[in-house]
Design a protein. Structure first.
Length: 304
């Protein structure tokens, strides 16, 4: 166990120390993003919905993590990084404990994390920290297309989208979670209220088949990223893709492609369940698809 560590709230003055940790992460997978977004990622001092913790070793940081409240009962933990010189010394445990205590104080009863499926070190650390498997998903990546068309009608009807989602195999596989409209790279329980809100603020999609609603999706956000060669790329992201059969899949992805095109998207991604059926349908209909899934794990924060 690393001695002499202070677990404290992160500040903007920690940037250089965070950068020294972040720059060494995932060199074989394109590197880390945290130091590139740190100042925007860090919460304001008076923001009670987020709390970023660092493990301060004096001359350097041993680690960092952020906790976010996604709803009155759901906490999301992200950005866990541990300095290579302090690994296997209990740093992640200390940081997790700080997150758990803070989240409980905010009223959270559950906490979740996301990790790449290839990051076996993070998966092992998560299980050691008390997290249990929740679900896995993949990204479908259809091309924006203003002329995309499908065989079934698609409406912007939150009630119909909810009706499909409420009884869908996708919801069962994903254990009820989909992308949060409020926090990037986070999942929360998809509720009727969320669909009603995004139906007014962004877009909701409900595919109508001969026997009722046959698919659903919703747009969560659009954002820009700078590539390594300096180009600006516009991404549009959709919180979940769920459907019954290839006709519904074609119609849903066509509606998403048209919507993304109206926003000037260069790239699109849609969260889909990691099952043989959904992944094979999407690979046929959407064509583009991520090579590997991502994993979601969770922990019960209720105290006995």
């Amino acid at each position: 166990m690393a001695a002499g560590l202070e677990i404290r709230r992160a500040t903007h003055d920690d940037y250089e120390a965070v950068k020294s940790v972040s720059e060494t992460v995932w060199p074989d997978h394109g590197g880390d993003y945290l130091h590139r977004v740190y100042h925007d990622w860090l919460e304001d001092a008076d923001d009670d919905t987020k709390r970023t913790f660092v493990a301060d070793a004096g001359d350097e940081l041993a680690g960092i993590v952020q906790a976010v409240m996604l709803s009155p009962e759901e906490a999301w933990f992200q950005g866990m990084r541990v300095n290579a010189d302090y690994r296997r010394q209990g740093v992640s445990t200390r940081l997790n404990d700080a997150c758990f205590e803070w989240a409980r104080d905010q009223g959270a009863t559950v906490g979740r994390i996301m990790t790449y499926s290839w990051n076996v070190a993070a998966l092992g650390a998560a299980r050691a920290g008390g997290f249990e498997p929740v679900t896995e998903f993949r990204w479908a990546q259809p091309d924006p297309d203003p002329d995309a068309d499908g065989p079934l009608p698609v409406s912007n009807d939150p009630a119909a989208a909810w009706r499909y989602w409420a009884d869908s195999p996708a919801r069962d596989h994903l254990r009820g979670v989909a992308l949060s409209p409020e926090e990037s790279w986070a999942v929360c329980e998809l509720t009727r209220e969320i669909l009603a809100t995004v139906g007014e603020e962004t877009a909701v999609f409900a595919v109508h088949g001969d026997d009722g609603v046959a698919g659903a999706s919703y747009r969560t956000r659009e954002y820009e990223r700078r590539t390594d060669d300096g180009a600006i790329v516009t991404w549009v992201e959709y919180g979940v893709g769920a459907w019954d059969g290839l006709e519904a899949a074609r119609s849903l992805f066509a509606a998403i492609a048209r919507d993304a095109a109206t926003l000037g998207a260069d790239r699109v991604r849609v969260l889909i369940p990691e099952t043989v059926g959904f992944v094979s349908d999407a690979s046929l209909v959407a064509e583009g698809i991520s090579e590997e899934p991502d994993f979601v794990l969770g922990i019960d924060l209720t105290e006995a």
